[in-house]
Structures are given as structure tokens and as C-alpha cells.
Design a protein around this ligand. Sequence first.
Ligand SMILES: Nc1ncnc2c1ncn2[C@@H]1O[C@H](COP(=O)(O)OP(=O)(O)OP(=O)(O)O)[C@@H](O)[C@H]1O
Ligand SMILES: [Mg+2]
Length: 422
Amino acid sequence: MLFEIASSVVVAGIGGYAFCKKSGVSLATNDAAKIKRIFENANLGVKEEGRKKTIRLHRKRPIDGGMEYVYQMPLGMSFKEVESHKDVIEDGLNVQAAGLSISLSDLRKLKFNRTITKQIKRLLTKHKKARKEIELGFDGMLRIRVYDEPLPSLVKWKGQKISGWKVPAGMSRRGMIEHDFEAQPHLIVAGSTGFGKSVFLKQLITALAISKPDDLELTLIDLKDGSAFRRFENLKQTMYFATDPDSAGTALKQAQELMNRRLREYAEKGYEDAQEAGIPKRHFIVIDEAADLGKEALEIVKDIARRGRGPGFRLIYATQYPTTETIPSQVKRNIPARLCFVLDSATASMAALDMPGAENLPEIKGRGIYKRVKLVIVQTPFISNQEIKKQIAVHIRPRKENEHEHAANREGRSDTFVFSET
Ligand SMILES: Nc1ncnc2c1ncn2[C@@H]1O[C@H](COP(=O)(O)OP(=O)(O)OP(=O)(O)O)[C@@H](O)[C@H]1O
Ligand SMILES: [Mg+2]
């Protein structure tokens, strides 16, 4: 510690050090000690031989944008308990006891010239605004990653084509996370109103349409008046489109019949699934506000979640109200992948993610938890309606064709398969 302070003083210079002292800036940024204190104060630990035992620092290492601390947990302490205290740890790290904490790397960046006062003032403002964020992990040891700055609150959609059926799920600390619909055929999306579900679905549909125009089929169900999906109604790839519970029931029935026909065709030809049959077509059923589906429609959704993978059917099931009723257990069991924006309670988070956590997300639009096997905090890509319009323009059916062709009639066209050896 003494050495750290000494070296920073040498690098930063005595002038800067004196200024920091005078301004009440603390050079000590010992988050490891802080974390231990937070655990003790929050009573996170176990009792052993009459004494409270808590985590013990094993090692630490710098990572991109922060530090990783690896702790040994006492026997009997659970990672779940630590996870449920994530906000306590994060808030504790952001409590500024005696003035502000400035990192050594920030001090090293100071240039000792006439602008030094300005530079330090800028540094102080930056640190007043900065909020550390943490990521928790457990692999026999408790890993706490402390990031000096939060994830960006806006990640613009880049417009690049997707490879395979991998769609961007969101920017994480370690780069863009993609959801691979070949590995995980279905996805549940949940989140309180106004935090990014529809924008996420729109970017997904756009990415699929521009990357896979010939292999994509869509069933789009938008039970919020169609305000989000209306722009995709006349896409060449859209086979069934619905904006109210009744027509949603019909659209899902048609999609289910198509799925059954394809299953029969595979069985006749002796193929197990679309991949084995060498069929590149994938049928995406995207439902925005699934809580408003009727009972019968929900039964079809359950069936597609259960049997859809083989014949190339993909389900994206989004809801603002995650409960055991709106996301039935059969749907959840068949859809382990989840993307969850902020929710108002741990109960809602349990319904969406099977664990608490989404209620503690910061109230940032597009900030979510993506769950495949592990949980990753992501910032989902933002795409504007103008950008969507521009991107999909070439795939919109010409007006004449629109007038003569009704959604229900489009089915026959895409239903002919050419089987090829793989
Ligand atoms: N990834 C994002 N990054 C930045 N801003 C976003 C992002 N996603 C959404 N927003 C902003 O939040 C607004 C609401 O998003 P969206 O319509 O997707 O919410 P929602 O979850 O579908 O809400 P509701 O449940 O009411 O339909 C958008 O109009 C946009 O301004
Ligand atoms: Mg919406």
C-alpha cells in the first residue's frame, strides 16, 4: 500500500498529490478491503465455533476496465445468498467515505503543465458521476469483478449482417453477446414497460430479414395494437401477422399446421430435423405481449415450444408481466434462454429468470440480463424506426402485390421444400 501511494506520488508528481490532499481526495482505492467490510456489516457469512466467518481474499488481478477479486467462501455460505446482496455490495463500493477515490491509472494520466488544475477538476467531476458496477461469479471460488465505470447506456445497432442464426443479444463487458437460434431455438423476453422489449424484437426481426431474406419465414404477433410490428407486415418474409387475440389464435394455428406438415414430411423422408434434412428455412414466431394470448393460443405456443426445434420453428415469447400464469411452466421448461430487462419485484424476476436479480438492474433502457447457462449483464442494441425502415425497404413487397395477396395466402409459396443431401 505504502509502495503504491509512493509510486503514484512519483508518477503524478508532488504538485498533484498536494492538490488532491487539499481537496480531500483519498488515494486509497482498496476495494478488496471495502468488500470484506461490506460482507461483515451486511452479516454475510456463517457462524463457526462461536465466531462469524466471512470471505477471505485469495488473489486479485487487473481486468479490462477494473479489477477482479477472488475470495474463498467459508463452508456453509451460498453463492445465491451473495447474489441476492449484489446491490448491497455495489452500493457499498460506491459510498464515498472521506472524499473521492481516484485510481492510480487516472493519476498517471495527469500531465504536469499549466492545465493541471483543469485536469484535476475534470477528474473530480468524472468521479462524482462514475458509478462502479460489479459482476459476480462462482467456480469454487467467489469472483467479484469491480468495474470503474458502468456499461454504456446506449449501444447503437451497427447494421452488420448476422452469421448463421446468431443475433446480437447485447453488449457485455466482454464484447457483444449473440443469441444462437440454432443452439437455443427459443427465447423468453421479459421486462417492465418502456425498458426495451419491443426495440429488441424489432432489431432482431430486422437483423434476420436483411441477413437471411431467402431462408426466413415470420409469424408476427403484436398484441399492443400492432404499433411495434406494423412496419413488418408487408415484409416478403411475413407469412402470418396478427394484432389482436383472435387473429393471433388463427395465426398461431396456421403456424402450428405448417409445423405439423413439415414434421410429417421429415418423418416420411427419414430425417430427424431441418438441419439433417439440409433445409435452410427457419420459421420465427415472435410474440410481443404474450400475456394477452387466449387460452387456446397459449396451448399452441406450448406445443411449438415443445416440438418446434426439429422442423426449424423458433419462438420468441415476450411479456411485460412475467408470472407463473403468463409464462406457463411447459413454456419455461422448453425455453432455457432468457433476456430480462428491469422488473419491479424479485417475484417477477423469479418468474422470468428462475432467480432474483432483474429487480436490481439499474433503470436504464436496454439494460438487461441475458441468461443462457450463466447470467450476463448486457446493453441491448438500439435501432430507431427510421433505421428499420431504411434497412428493410428492399424486402417490402411492392404495393400491387400487397393489394392482391393476403397474409393467409402467402403460406403456400414458402411451403415447398427441396430436400438435399447434407
Ligand atoms: N436498447 C435501448 N437503448 C436505448 N434506448 C432504448 C433501448 N430500448 C428501448 N429504448 C428506449 O425506450 C423506449 C421504450 O422501449 P420499448 O418500446 O422497446 O419498451 P417496451 O419494453 O416494449 O415497453 P412496453 O412493455 O410498454 O411495450 C424506446 O422508444 C426507446 O426510446
Ligand atoms: Mg413494447
